[in-house]
Design a protein around this ligand. Structure first.
Ligand SMILES: [Fe+2]
Length: 226
């Protein structure tokens, strides 16, 4: 398996490239429009063929590179079946498997940050989007976000994975690159709650600023960045 983590400075987004070393098929999770040229360069350098691109959810803080990647490579676009993006070609359901040569990636429906948020699990690599972050969790105050759903997705789905599962989120603002489910259970301050209402209390009182350009980014991302 080939694995690359690419960081976008402007939006602090992590994009992931996964590929099968045997068949050279590649998949990209959460591409950023401005960095599409870099992804194409990596694909060429590693002699890989991009066949699939996934957005974990409709992002508010950057424009996705999914549509541009599709134009260049003819890859298929994937989102969960709760996505409002009409242009998505393949809509995966909870627990559905995405195949990449001999690799299998399982879609996990994890609403809460947004109503269309999915996480993706390949072996012990968890790509959690903005549902579970390192030392944090995704905000739940826009795009049909819901703290109760987020609690359920995090506690009853993601934290049920083995402790040694590697956590690769869609963002980090402090330079952390990877964590594990076990480490987050022990150390993530948002997860030290005893019940759903305690979690709702925290999430509904964060008083965060609205991301700049959210309306522009969401309107672009509904069209996969086209
Ligand atoms: Fe997000």
């Amino acid at each position: 398996m080939i694995f690359k983590q690419v960081f976008d400075q402007k939006s602090s987004t992590y994009t992931y490239l996964i590929a099968s070393s045997k068949g050279r098929e590649a998949l990209i999770i959460d591409p950023v429009l401005e960095n599409v040229g870099d992804y194409i360069k990596i694909l060429k350098e590693l002699n890989l063929r991009l066949v699939k691109v996934i957005d974990t959810h409709i992002h508010a803080d950057h424009v996705t590179g999914a549509s541009k990647l599709k134009d260049i490579t003819k890859c298929s676009t994937i989102m969960g079946d709760h996505s409002p993006a009409e242009a998505v070609e393949i809509r995966v359901k909870d627990d559905e498997l995405i195949k990449l040569d001999n690799l299998k990636i399982r879609a996990i429906y994890t609403p809460g940050h947004t109503s269309d948020s999915y996480s993706y699990l390949m072996d012990n690599y968890l790509f959690s989007g903005d549902t579970l972050l390192i030392n944090g969790t995704g905000r739940t105050d826009f795009q049909n976000g819901n703290a109760r759903d987020a609690y359920n997705s995090i506690f009853n789905k993601l934290l049920k994975l083995p402790d040694e599962t590697l956590l690769y989120p869609a963002h980090d603002y402090k330079g952390e690159k990877v964590s594990t489910i076990g480490k987050e259970k022990r150390q993530n301050p948002r997860l030290q709650v005893s019940c759903v209402s305690e979690y709702e209390e925290i999430m509904n009182n964060l008083n965060l600023k609205k991301p700049s350009k959210i309306d522009f980014n969401v309107s672009k991302n509904i069209n996969l960045g086209a």
